[in-house]
Design a protein. Structure first.
Length: 180
């Protein structure tokens, strides 16, 4: 089933994941323009379409309804040419993605970015720890074939440019798997 679903696509699907603040949305929107892909920011989609089960007062975010998100995306994912941008990766169907990018940022740099975004207290600490312990990299490696997981540094604007160039080239060189 997995190989069949993949071979329908004429363009690849790319998941861009990582701790909040590592640059997923910035990178994904630049990549979408550069490689003519469609970008779904899952956080925005959840808010716009109400794909959640209410508000988490402790974590200050919506409680995402993962089934509703997957149902919403399924048809678009079959067509290919999609970038999905989210700080989690274990609930999407594995067959959806041809490449899983994990953005990584040094702690001090990430700390400053999250502070200027207004994060503090437990939310700040949780996200810094998430990055220190490489939670998203581990989650990606547990959820997808290791060959398709690509960790990339995202510490400065030069990293963003290089990552967008690298990923654009990867997307343009991608070919559907040969039919057997
Ligand atoms: P995410 O979508 O992972 O939460 P973002 O793209 O919204 O991250 O970026 C958060 C902030 O940090 C935003 O102000 C842009 C900045 N930023 C992200 N990646 C960066 C990088 N590699 N170099 C410099 N600034 C970056």
């Amino acid at each position: 089933e997995s190989a069949q679903s993949r071979s329908r696509r004429v363009r690849p699907n790319v998941l861009v994941t990582g701790t909040p603040g590592t640059g997923k949305t910035t990178t994904s929107s630049l990549l979408a323009d550069a490689a003519a892909m469609r970008h779904f920011n899952i956080g925005d989609l959840v808010r716009q379409k109400g794909l959640h089960d209410g508000w988490d007062d402790h974590l200050h975010c919506h409680v995402i309804n993962e089934d509703m998100v997957c149902d919403e995306l399924e048809d678009s994912m079959e067509d290919g040419g999609i970038i999905v941008d989210y700080h989690g990766c274990d609930f999407f169907p594995e067959r959806w993605f041809d490449l899983v990018v994990v953005l990584q940022t040094d702690n001090s740099v990430l700390h400053d970015r999250l502070t200027s975004r207004g994060y503090m207290g437990a939310k700040l600490t949780n996200n810094i720890e998430c990055e220190i312990f490489q939670v998203l990299l581990e989650e990606a490696r547990e959820s997808y074939a290791s060959e398709i997981v690509m960790p990339l540094h995202s510490n400065n604007v030069e990293d963003i440019s290089r990552n967008v160039a690298t990923l654009t080239e990867w997307i343009n060189n991608w070919r559907p798997p040969a039919q057997s």
